[in-house]
Design a protein around this ligand. Structure first.
Ligand SMILES: [Zn+2]
Length: 75
């Protein structure tokens, strides 16, 4: 378990503590870290979704062009 210094009372506390055990204050640093982790993991599903849309569109266009070639062959 790693420790850090409370910014309010300067006592040594656990680095993942939400509230200082000495002065009972909320520790904003940990909340900030959590927001950062959430933001950095959000781009992965967004990237997968856009990649899926691009692949799907390309497949539809490819199938359309293939079908159109078949129509032209028949004429
Ligand atoms: Zn404290």
């Amino acid at each position: 378990m790693t420790t850090k210094i409370c910014p309010y009372c300067k006592e040594t506390i656990y680095s993942n503590a939400l509230v200082c055990r000495y002065c009972k204050r909320d520790l904003p640093e940990y909340a900030d870290e959590r927001v950062k982790v959430q933001t950095s993991s959000n781009w992965i599903p967004a990237l997968l979704t856009s990649a899926f849309i691009v692949t799907g569109t390309a497949l539809v266009v490819y199938e359309f062009l293939k079908e159109r070639r078949n129509w032209q062959d028949r004429e």
